[in-house]
Design a protein around this ligand. Structure first.
Ligand code: 13P
Ligand code: SF4
Length: 301
């Protein structure tokens, strides 16, 4: 651990703070964190964590989700500018208009959304539990699913539904083309293709395994295959390589620049100054917690 990381750890002790990080963050951030996980695990952990301060290293909606789950804790993020193209693709006002067109539809939203969108949502889902949660709803239930059209189309396929899909996407995953996978498959014909469901359907068709970051990691940890083509954001390579040092992981080369905004310097300053702090409007938070709570309950069933 370098000097800065040691100083970060000692500030955490002094201030009774915990660092939570997503698998896409920089390796040094994952190494200094108390807890790393996918979006679902981060939300579940926030619910039970004992701390006065949570520092969320990831993107803004993850900090907001933690704050909604833990309104009494101080939630900090190293860089307030760390946004998410997927969350940005769905504005609350526009979602409210779509809801008005389908008064009988339930709104199921991916966790990659703003607090205001979660407040208009009946159930939040992540890529870890979307299939499980949709399967718990009656087959005839009308559903608006947003904002990721790729995840939505994938869930429609595996649950045999016709959910109304919001036309949004993650610019990082959506920029991966099937030709990129073909080129890597030519070089590594025996490699297993691991893909995140935020990728286009034409990319997912080429995958051997489709799942959230945690699901992809678990697959690699639990199976004996030696080579994997990794079709998601490259930050996950750190955890893959750490747990499977003798396996070969070939990244498709997708980088989320927002995830890279959490650096050790900013993390240190954020713990020192206790800024920037996430604030969520209390009226919005009170509505949003209901849809998050439903997700946490339904993913236990
Ligand atoms: P998961 O870690 O839940 O798979 O989400 C991926 C992602 O894009 C987070 O922003
Ligand atoms: Fe958002 Fe995509 Fe970055 Fe995840 S990878 S934080 S979905 S922009």
């Amino acid at each position: 651990m370098n000097n800065l990381s040691k100083k970060i750890r000692s500030l955490c002790e002094q201030k009774h703070a915990v660092i939570m990080a997503h698998y896409y963050t920089l390796p040094e951030i994952q190494e200094v964190a108390d807890f790393i996980g996918d979006s679902l695990a981060l939300a579940q952990k926030a619910k039970t964590i004992e701390a006065d301060i949570i520092v969320l290293c990831g993107v803004h909606f993850m900090g907001e989700t933690a704050k909604i789950i833990c309104p009494d804790k101080k939630v900090l993020v190293p860089d307030m500018n760390a946004g998410c193209s997927l969350a940005d693709s769905c504005e609350a006002k526009a979602l409210a208009q779509l809801k008005a067109q389908y008064p009988n539809a339930m709104v199921v939203s991916y966790v990659n959304t703003t607090a205001a969108v979660k407040a208009l949502t009946d159930i939040v889902v992540t890529s870890s539990n979307a299939e499980k949660i949709i399967n718990q709803l009656p087959q005839e239930q009308e559903i608006i699913f947003g904002p990721d059209r790729n995840l939505g189309a994938y869930i429609n396929k595996v649950t045999d539904r016709k959910m109304i899909l919001w036309d949004g996407c993650c610019q990082v995953h959506n920029s991966i083309e099937p030709e990129h996978i073909d080129a890597l498959k030519q070089q590594y014909p025996h490699a297993i293709v691991l893909a995140h469901p935020e990728c286009k359907g034409t990319v997912l068709e080429k995958a051997d395994v489709i799942g959230s970051t945690a699901a992809l990691l678990n697959f690699a940890k639990l199976h004996d295959y030696e080579q994997y083509i990794v079709v998601t954001e490259s930050g996950i390579m750190h955890e893959l390589q750490k747990h499977c040092p003798y396996k070969q992981f070939i990244p498709v080369g997708a980088i989320c620049e927002d995830m890279q905004l959490s650096t050790l310097d900013k993390l240190y300053n954020c713990l020192l100054t206790e800024q920037p702090e996430i604030q969520v409007d209390t009226v919005i938070a009170k509505k949003a917690i209901v849809s998050i709570q439903r997700m946490l309950e339904m993913s236990e069933k």
